[in-house]
Design a protein around this ligand. Structure first.
Ligand code: ADP
Ligand code: ZN
Length: 213
Protein backbone atom coordinates (compact mmCIF):
# COMPACT_ATOMS: atom_id res chain seq x y z
CA UNK A 1 0.00 0.00 0.00
CA UNK A 2 1.02 3.59 -0.58
CA UNK A 3 -0.23 5.99 2.04
CA UNK A 4 0.44 9.38 3.50
CA UNK A 5 -0.11 9.57 7.25
CA UNK A 6 -1.16 13.02 8.33
CA UNK A 7 -1.67 14.12 11.90
CA UNK A 8 -0.27 16.44 14.54
CA UNK A 9 2.94 15.55 16.37
CA UNK A 10 1.99 12.84 18.86
CA UNK A 11 -1.08 11.68 16.90
CA UNK A 12 0.52 8.25 16.56
CA UNK A 13 1.59 8.29 12.90
CA UNK A 14 4.77 6.38 13.67
CA UNK A 15 3.01 3.69 15.69
CA UNK A 16 0.36 3.19 13.02
CA UNK A 17 3.01 3.10 10.28
CA UNK A 18 5.01 0.42 12.12
CA UNK A 19 1.89 -1.75 12.46
CA UNK A 20 1.02 -1.28 8.76
CA UNK A 21 4.48 -2.40 7.60
CA UNK A 22 3.74 -5.82 9.12
CA UNK A 23 0.62 -6.27 6.97
CA UNK A 24 2.17 -6.19 3.51
CA UNK A 25 5.84 -5.33 3.72
CA UNK A 26 5.43 -1.65 2.84
CA UNK A 27 8.23 0.48 4.28
CA UNK A 28 7.78 3.29 6.78
CA UNK A 29 9.49 6.45 5.59
CA UNK A 30 9.76 9.03 8.35
CA UNK A 31 11.44 12.30 7.37
CA UNK A 32 11.85 13.02 11.10
CA UNK A 33 13.82 9.75 11.57
CA UNK A 34 15.93 10.44 8.49
CA UNK A 35 16.74 13.94 9.77
CA UNK A 36 17.49 12.79 13.33
CA UNK A 37 19.85 10.12 11.97
CA UNK A 38 21.60 12.80 9.91
CA UNK A 39 21.93 15.07 12.97
CA UNK A 40 23.31 12.18 15.06
CA UNK A 41 25.80 11.28 12.34
CA UNK A 42 26.85 14.93 11.98
CA UNK A 43 26.42 14.93 8.19
CA UNK A 44 26.06 18.12 6.13
CA UNK A 45 22.29 17.48 5.95
CA UNK A 46 22.20 17.09 9.73
CA UNK A 47 24.04 20.38 10.24
CA UNK A 48 21.56 22.17 8.02
CA UNK A 49 18.53 20.66 9.74
CA UNK A 50 19.53 20.77 13.41
CA UNK A 51 18.68 24.35 14.43
CA UNK A 52 15.21 24.30 12.87
CA UNK A 53 14.44 20.91 14.39
CA UNK A 54 15.47 21.85 17.92
CA UNK A 55 13.31 24.96 17.75
CA UNK A 56 10.33 22.94 16.53
CA UNK A 57 10.37 24.75 13.18
CA UNK A 58 10.21 23.03 9.80
CA UNK A 59 13.27 22.22 7.75
CA UNK A 60 13.21 23.86 4.28
CA UNK A 61 11.03 22.35 1.55
CA UNK A 62 14.05 22.10 -0.79
CA UNK A 63 16.03 20.05 1.68
CA UNK A 64 13.08 17.71 2.29
CA UNK A 65 12.27 17.28 -1.40
CA UNK A 66 15.94 16.48 -2.08
CA UNK A 67 15.78 13.70 0.52
CA UNK A 68 12.42 12.31 -0.60
CA UNK A 69 13.17 12.48 -4.33
CA UNK A 70 16.01 10.03 -3.67
CA UNK A 71 14.30 7.94 -1.02
CA UNK A 72 11.19 7.09 -3.05
CA UNK A 73 13.37 5.68 -5.83
CA UNK A 74 15.04 3.12 -3.59
CA UNK A 75 14.33 -0.58 -4.14
CA UNK A 76 12.48 -1.22 -0.90
CA UNK A 77 9.71 1.16 -2.04
CA UNK A 78 8.54 -1.40 -4.60
CA UNK A 79 6.26 -3.08 -2.05
CA UNK A 80 4.69 0.22 -1.05
CA UNK A 81 5.41 2.92 1.50
CA UNK A 82 3.89 4.76 4.42
CA UNK A 83 4.90 8.39 4.45
CA UNK A 84 5.15 9.51 8.05
CA UNK A 85 5.74 13.22 8.60
CA UNK A 86 5.87 14.05 4.90
CA UNK A 87 4.51 16.08 3.15
CA UNK A 88 4.29 18.77 5.78
CA UNK A 89 3.51 21.89 3.72
CA UNK A 90 1.43 22.67 0.63
CA UNK A 91 4.60 23.19 -1.50
CA UNK A 92 5.83 19.74 -0.43
CA UNK A 93 2.44 18.23 -1.34
CA UNK A 94 2.54 19.92 -4.77
CA UNK A 95 6.12 18.75 -5.35
CA UNK A 96 5.21 15.20 -4.27
CA UNK A 97 2.34 15.17 -6.74
CA UNK A 98 4.74 15.98 -9.58
CA UNK A 99 7.30 13.45 -8.33
CA UNK A 100 4.73 10.64 -8.17
CA UNK A 101 3.30 11.52 -11.58
CA UNK A 102 6.83 11.36 -13.03
CA UNK A 103 7.33 7.96 -11.44
CA UNK A 104 3.91 6.77 -12.68
CA UNK A 105 2.67 6.07 -9.16
CA UNK A 106 -0.57 6.79 -7.33
CA UNK A 107 -1.30 6.80 -3.62
CA UNK A 108 -4.06 4.65 -2.12
CA UNK A 109 -5.14 7.26 0.42
CA UNK A 110 -4.13 10.07 2.73
CA UNK A 111 -4.98 9.17 6.30
CA UNK A 112 -5.61 12.07 8.64
CA UNK A 113 -5.28 10.94 12.26
CA UNK A 114 -7.32 13.32 14.37
CA UNK A 115 -6.50 14.02 18.06
CA UNK A 116 -7.27 16.85 20.47
CA UNK A 117 -4.56 19.27 21.48
CA UNK A 118 -4.52 18.49 25.22
CA UNK A 119 -4.24 14.76 24.58
CA UNK A 120 -1.27 15.51 22.35
CA UNK A 121 0.41 17.83 24.82
CA UNK A 122 0.19 15.20 27.53
CA UNK A 123 1.49 12.44 25.24
CA UNK A 124 4.45 14.42 23.98
CA UNK A 125 5.70 15.75 27.29
CA UNK A 126 5.71 12.18 28.66
CA UNK A 127 7.23 10.61 25.53
CA UNK A 128 10.78 9.26 25.62
CA UNK A 129 12.85 7.88 22.73
CA UNK A 130 15.79 5.47 22.53
CA UNK A 131 18.81 7.39 21.23
CA UNK A 132 20.13 4.33 19.42
CA UNK A 133 17.20 2.46 17.86
CA UNK A 134 14.35 5.00 17.99
CA UNK A 135 12.02 2.83 20.09
CA UNK A 136 9.31 5.01 21.66
CA UNK A 137 8.48 4.88 25.39
CA UNK A 138 6.16 6.84 27.66
CA UNK A 139 6.94 7.58 31.30
CA UNK A 140 3.30 7.00 32.24
CA UNK A 141 1.96 4.32 29.93
CA UNK A 142 5.03 2.46 28.64
CA UNK A 143 8.17 3.01 30.70
CA UNK A 144 11.29 0.96 29.88
CA UNK A 145 11.76 -2.00 32.27
CA UNK A 146 14.91 -0.40 33.62
CA UNK A 147 14.68 3.39 33.95
CA UNK A 148 16.45 5.26 31.15
CA UNK A 149 17.53 2.08 29.35
CA UNK A 150 16.03 0.68 26.12
CA UNK A 151 14.39 -2.78 26.46
CA UNK A 152 15.30 -3.60 22.87
CA UNK A 153 18.90 -2.47 22.49
CA UNK A 154 20.11 -1.17 25.86
CA UNK A 155 20.55 2.37 24.47
CA UNK A 156 19.81 5.50 26.48
CA UNK A 157 16.11 6.42 26.64
CA UNK A 158 15.86 10.22 26.62
CA UNK A 159 13.55 13.14 26.00
CA UNK A 160 14.05 14.51 22.49
CA UNK A 161 15.51 18.04 22.26
CA UNK A 162 12.32 19.13 20.51
CA UNK A 163 10.09 17.63 23.20
CA UNK A 164 10.47 20.33 25.80
CA UNK A 165 7.22 22.16 26.54
CA UNK A 166 8.15 25.30 24.55
CA UNK A 167 9.30 23.36 21.48
CA UNK A 168 6.19 21.14 21.60
CA UNK A 169 3.83 24.06 21.77
CA UNK A 170 5.70 25.62 18.86
CA UNK A 171 5.50 22.38 16.84
CA UNK A 172 1.73 22.29 17.36
CA UNK A 173 1.39 25.89 16.15
CA UNK A 174 3.57 25.12 13.14
CA UNK A 175 1.41 22.06 12.46
CA UNK A 176 -1.82 24.06 12.58
CA UNK A 177 -0.46 26.78 10.32
CA UNK A 178 1.52 24.82 7.76
CA UNK A 179 0.43 21.18 7.79
CA UNK A 180 -3.27 21.16 8.76
CA UNK A 181 -4.18 22.80 5.39
CA UNK A 182 -3.04 19.57 3.69
CA UNK A 183 -6.28 17.93 4.81
CA UNK A 184 -8.20 20.34 2.56
CA UNK A 185 -5.70 19.82 -0.25
CA UNK A 186 -6.15 16.04 -0.24
CA UNK A 187 -9.89 16.29 0.35
CA UNK A 188 -10.11 18.13 -2.98
CA UNK A 189 -8.05 15.38 -4.58
CA UNK A 190 -10.57 12.84 -3.24
CA UNK A 191 -7.89 11.02 -1.26
CA UNK A 192 -8.61 11.99 2.33
CA UNK A 193 -9.63 9.51 5.03
CA UNK A 194 -10.09 11.14 8.44
CA UNK A 195 -10.02 8.83 11.46
CA UNK A 196 -10.29 9.58 15.17
CA UNK A 197 -7.17 8.37 16.97
CA UNK A 198 -9.07 6.37 19.58
CA UNK A 199 -6.65 3.43 19.30
CA UNK A 200 -4.07 2.30 16.76
CA UNK A 201 -6.24 -0.76 16.00
CA UNK A 202 -9.24 1.37 15.10
CA UNK A 203 -7.04 3.49 12.81
CA UNK A 204 -5.63 0.35 11.14
CA UNK A 205 -9.12 -1.11 10.65
CA UNK A 206 -10.42 2.09 9.06
CA UNK A 207 -7.47 2.04 6.65
CA UNK A 208 -7.98 -1.64 5.77
CA UNK A 209 -11.63 -1.01 5.06
CA UNK A 210 -10.88 2.00 2.87
CA UNK A 211 -8.26 0.34 0.70
CA UNK A 212 -9.94 -3.05 0.70
CA UNK A 213 -7.40 -5.34 2.37
P1 ADP B 1 6.66 14.90 14.97
O1 ADP B 1 6.74 14.06 16.17
O2 ADP B 1 6.55 16.37 15.22
O3 ADP B 1 5.68 14.39 13.94
P2 ADP B 1 8.91 14.29 13.25
O4 ADP B 1 9.75 13.23 13.86
O5 ADP B 1 8.06 13.96 12.11
O6 ADP B 1 8.09 14.93 14.43
O7 ADP B 1 9.83 15.53 12.83
C1 ADP B 1 10.71 16.16 13.72
C2 ADP B 1 11.20 17.46 13.11
O8 ADP B 1 11.87 17.20 11.88
C3 ADP B 1 10.13 18.46 12.75
O9 ADP B 1 9.76 19.25 13.86
C4 ADP B 1 10.81 19.28 11.66
O10 ADP B 1 11.77 20.17 12.20
C5 ADP B 1 11.60 18.22 10.92
N1 ADP B 1 10.81 17.63 9.80
C6 ADP B 1 10.39 16.32 9.71
N2 ADP B 1 9.71 16.12 8.56
C7 ADP B 1 9.67 17.31 7.92
C8 ADP B 1 9.11 17.76 6.70
N3 ADP B 1 8.43 16.93 5.89
N4 ADP B 1 9.27 19.06 6.38
C9 ADP B 1 9.96 19.92 7.15
N5 ADP B 1 10.51 19.57 8.32
C10 ADP B 1 10.39 18.28 8.72
ZN1 ZN C 1 16.91 1.08 21.64
Amino acid sequence: MKLILLGAPGAGKGTVAKLLTKIDGSVQISTGDILRAAVAAGTELGKQAKAAMNAGELVSDDLIMGIMGERLKEDDCKNGYLLDGFPRTIPQAEALKVLLADMGETLDAVVNIDVERDVILDRLTTRRTCEDCGEIYNVKSKPPKEEGKCDKCGGAVVQRDDETETAISNRLDVYNEQTAPLAGFYEKEGMLLTVAATSSDSVINAIKERIGI
